[in-house]
Every structure is written in C-alpha cells, then in structure tokens.
Write a protein that binds this ligand. Structure first.
Ligand code: PLP
Length: 384
C-alpha cells in the first residue's frame, strides 16, 4: 500500500471552510474558483452533444478535433506550437495532469522542487508517485524562485528531477516576466531538469502579457492549462497536458489506465470554448481587475503589505508588524469575531507564515464588507 500522505494542508482548508459555512451570513473570501457561471454558448454545446448522442467513449487523449482547437488556441493566445496529434492530452483538469505527469516522469527516490508557498496538491502528488517534495521558501525573494537560488538548490540536491512552476501563482498572485523565465531556463537546461508549468491562471494576468514556459524551454517543459479558471468551468473537469511527444505518449498511457478518457460531453463543451470562447476570459478578467484594484487600495490603506498581484484572483497579505503574527490565530479570530473568512498563509506551506490569502473571486459587495471587517478587527487587536 502507498504511504498515507493525504493532502494535509488541503484538509485544513476544507475544515476552515466548513467552519465558515456554519456561520450564517459570514463573508467568505477563501474560494479558489470563479464566481461566474460557464458562458451560455459553452453550456449549449454540451446540451447539443447530449441531444445528438455524442455520449460514447472517445480515444484516450481526447477527440482530435478538440485537440486541434486546443493547439490553435494556444498558438493564437501564447504563440505555442504543439502538434495536436502527438503533443497534447486532454485530462480531468490540471489536477489529473499533475498526477499523470509525475507518474510518467518520476522514479522512486526522485525529488520535486516546489517554490513555496504553493498550491496544495503538488507535494502529496510527488509523494504518491514515490518521490519527495523539496519546498523552497520564496518569501524573501518576492515569492518567486530566482536564478541564484535555483542554481544553488540544484547544485546541492542532485536528486531533483522536476521543478514545479505555477504562475500566476496560487496563493500569491505573482507571475514571471519573459526575462525572468529565460534566466531560470538557462539553469534548468544546464542541469537537465524538467519543468512542469502549471499555467491554469494564464488568462488572468494583469500587469504584463503572460509568457508560457512552453515557449521558453519547449524540449524540457510539460505545460498544464485548462478551462477551470479562464472559462469558469471548474466542475466540468477539463485540462490539457502539452509537451515533447515521447513524454506525452507516456502520460497518455497513464491517463488511459486511470480514466479511459475524459467525458465526451465535457470534450464538446471544451471544443466550443476553444473555438468560439476566445473573448470569454477577457470579460471576466476586466471584473477581476476592478475588484483587485479596490481590494489592493483598501488593504494598503489599512496598512497591509502585499505583492502587487500580477495575476490569478488572490492577494497574499503580510500581517502588519504591530499585530499578532500567528496567521492561523489571526484567521480563526477574524472568523469568530467579524464573521470574515480568509485563509491563513501557512496552509500553503513554508514561507506562508505571517500571511493571509484573500480570494477576490467574490462580489464587489463582499470585497467592501471584507475591508470594513478587517478594519474593525485591526482596531480591536492593535497592540499598544
Ligand atoms: N493549479 C492551481 C494552481 C490551482 O489553483 C488549481 C485550483 O485551484 C488547480 C490547478 C486545479 O485545476 P483544475 O480545476 O483544472 O483541476
């Protein structure tokens, strides 16, 4: 039997959320999914797939008309060049993509480098696939992995086989410019390290154009993307894994063993999203950006420091020095006293201590209430 490495931090998040939900009227700013509905034209495509009995097995990697549409979309949006016949597999969300990619690449005893704080599944996924996560605290370097540190870590940890990059980042909202990525790529090339690049928030990039790692170091990159965040399709479970043909073929075998294929109906919805849904993320992004601006300004006024978020829908705040620094205590008391739910940064691992993650996948009304409740809380807890 595999070791029981349940996603402990994820359980903490579930427990915290359950408490928030049990408080009537609590303002919940913990949510990691869009508060928009799937666009109607995508829903209609799925309905029509059902009505036309497109409800049979497909080939494991996904219908080839869909894969062609994915390739074209990734080319048009990010200038990526993947062959739809050999370099793309449709998966049950990025979540399955991470697991299948790890399973295809990792051997017992390998290590996976994870810049931390990070999304909670990567470490447990590495463990389940016989490898160990090596968490790298990025809190002193703007929540980014920087070339000097990467070089040193790879030099001293020869078992690292994969760097897991996620940008724009959950939980910090930071992203990387093309130049920053190039500098990392030069080191990864020298050490022959694979990058698994989780770019699920690519469409929600505010401060500059998103550059895909698939463009920077294509021969060593597995790109993960999908529709959960860009097209408000979390429940449909759609992701893509793209990369060099030989690795993708191996990933597809694992994917086939685990799933046969993703559901046919989701594939038709995804085909519509990738064909006629180019503008859907743009409309949603405008709203996220407006919320981000209000929240960021309001938090700065209250004295919080946080990285100017480049993307995603999260703000990662430092608890001001004059308050109690225990982020779990802070979040618990905030929930109890003000009925405001935001997640402790330490739930996202090393480097998250003393921070809080606010999701602005929430209404403007919730954002205003959040700011006012935080203001009250700070007043009541200021140390004199
Ligand atoms: N990757 C990151 C960084 C996420 O934040 C999430 C969801 O919150 C996922 C992946 C999950 O994506 P999917 O819904 O495609 O499985």
């Amino acid at each position: 039997m595999k070791p029981s490495v349940v996603a402990i931090k994820q359980q903490d998040i579930f427990k915290f959320n359950a408490r928030a939900k049990s408080i009537p009227g609590a303002v919940n700013m913990t949510v990691g999914e869009p508060n928009f509905n799937t666009p109607d034209h995508i829903k209609q495509a799925a309905i029509s797939a059902i009505e036309n009995n497109k409800t049979h097995y497909t080939v494991p990697e996904g219908d080839h008309e869909l894969l062609k549409a994915v390739a074209k979309y990734l080319h048009d949006k990010y200038d990526l060049n993947y062959d739809p016949e050999t370099q793309i597999v449709a998966t049950t969300g990025v979540t399955e993509g991470v697991f299948s990619a790890f399973n295809a690449i990792l051997q017992n005893g390998d290590e996976v480098l994870i810049p931390s704080p990070s999304f909670t599944i990567y470490g447990p996924d590495a463990n389940f696939n016989g490898a160990s996560p090596v968490y790298l605290d990025t809190s002193k370097t703007g929540f980014k992995i920087v070339p000097e540190v990467l070089s040193e870590v790879l030099r001293t940890n020869p078992r690292i086989k994969i760097l897991l990059l996620n940008y724009p980042s959950n939980p910090t909202g930071v992203s990387y410019t093309g130049d920053e990525l190039e500098a990392l790529a030069a080191i990864l090339k020298e050490h022959n390290i694979f990058v698994i690049s989780d770019e699920i928030y690519s469409e929600l990039t505010y401060n500059f154009e998103h550059v895909s790692f698939g463009n920077i170091l294509p021969e060593q990159t597995i790109l993960l993307n999908g529709l959960s965040k860009s097209h408000a399709m979390t429940g449909w479970r759609f992701g893509v894994v793209c990369g060099p043909a030989e690795v993708i073929s191996q990933i597809n075998k694992i994917h086939e063993l685990a799933t046969t294929s993703i559901t046919s109906i989701t594939q038709y919805a995804a085909l519509e999203a990738y064909t006629n849904g180019y503008d859907d993320p743009i409309a949603m992004k405008e709203q996220y950006q407006a919320r981000r601006d209000v929240l960021y300004k309001g938090l700065s006024k209250l004295g919080f420091e946080c990285p100017d978020p480049d993307g995603a829908f999260y703000l990662f705040l430092k608890i001001p020095d004059e308050y109690e620094q225990d982020d779990v205590k802070f979040a618990n008391e905030l929930l109890k006293e003000e009925h405001l739910a935001i997640l402790p940064g330490s739930f996202f691992g090393i480097g998250g201590e003393g921070h809080l993650r606010i999701s602005y996948a929430a209404s403007m009304d919730s954002i205003e209430k959040c700011l006012s409740k935080l203001g009250n809380f700070l007043k009541n807890h200021q140390k004199v």
